[in-house]
Write a protein that binds this ligand. Structure first.
Ligand code: URA
Length: 253
């Protein structure tokens, strides 16, 4: 690879949010180290699996990317261990040209069974929050008018928090979804989505309610609806409604 190609390559990954690239000598002189990979991926030697990819530079935004193409690229994904226990890949739901996208953490049991994000208890709360806040604020908006997706597309076992490698692998598809939709604003629900998009170590309590940016797109951070369900926390509920009000006025006024 020429220095220019290497520069483009690194820029491509940086734009995808991948900051750590491991250096190594060319594969002809020293084989790539065998990385710890989940059993499903281990069937294929890692060198063989990634080398063809390393020889060509993927385009930053694949030309003419569409949600359908992204879903097709995900395929019957076996890129990480989350494939082992999943029933359905949960890609996204709603208006594909919405000016507003909500990003959650990952599917739960109901979502895994139906293949649709935010359909369980937390999802019902999210739907109510969107529709009731909009109605109170005089904004005509139904859940179907926005787009909803998650950082990881497969249910983590026991609903555990997705691990960094799972978020990095699946995050590339989330980034492509967001780049394709190009919404006017993104609403990040909870700490995992905040970490995936904003790469911050700040806590959710500090970051919520403030405008941030992912690329050039304004991002509003708020509590995850399952946090609001978990304990009766009137203060957090009030704050989440406030965040949503600010967000909806910004997008729809
Ligand atoms: N929690 C999430 O983060 N996403 C879902 O789709 C459901 C619950």
């Amino acid at each position: 690879m020429t220095p220019g190609q290497i520069r483009d390559y690194l820029k491509y990954y940086r734009d995808l949010g991948i900051e750590t690239i491991y250096r190594g000598t060319p594969p002809s002189t020293q084989p790539l180290p065998t990385l710890p990979v989940p059993p499903v991926m281990a069937k294929k030697p890692i060198q063989e699996a990634i080398l063809p990819e390393l020889t060509r530079l993927p385009e930053l935004i694949p030309q003419g990317d569409t949600l359908a193409k992204i879903r097709e690229d995900i395929g019957d994904c076996k890129r990480c261990r989350l494939c082992e226990a999943r029933n359905k890949i949960v890609f996204g739901d709603g208006n594909e040209s919405s000016p507003l996208v909500f990003v959650g953490e990952g599917p739960g049991a109901d979502e895994d069974a139906q293949g649709i994000p935010f359909v369980g208890r937390a999802g019902q709360l999210l739907t109510q929050m969107i529709e009731n806040t909009a109605a109170k604020e005089g904004i005509q908006l139904k859940r179907a008018d926005v787009y909803i997706c998650n950082v990881v597309k497969c249910r983590p076992p026991e609903n555990r928090t997705p691990q960094p490698d799972e978020m990095e692998i699946c995050g590339q598809f989330l980034f492509r979804q967001l780049m394709t939709i190009k919404p006017k604003a993104i609403c990040v629900l909870g700490a995992t989505a905040m970490k995936a998009l904003l790469n911050t170590k700040e806590g959710i309590t500090k970051s919520r309610g403030q405008w941030q940016k992912w690329r050039d797109i304004p991002v509003m951070v708020t509590y995850h609806p399952s946090y609001l369900l978990r304990q009766y926390n009137a203060q957090a509920k009030r704050e989440a409604w406030e965040d949503l009000k600010t967000l909806l006025h910004f997008v729809y006024d």
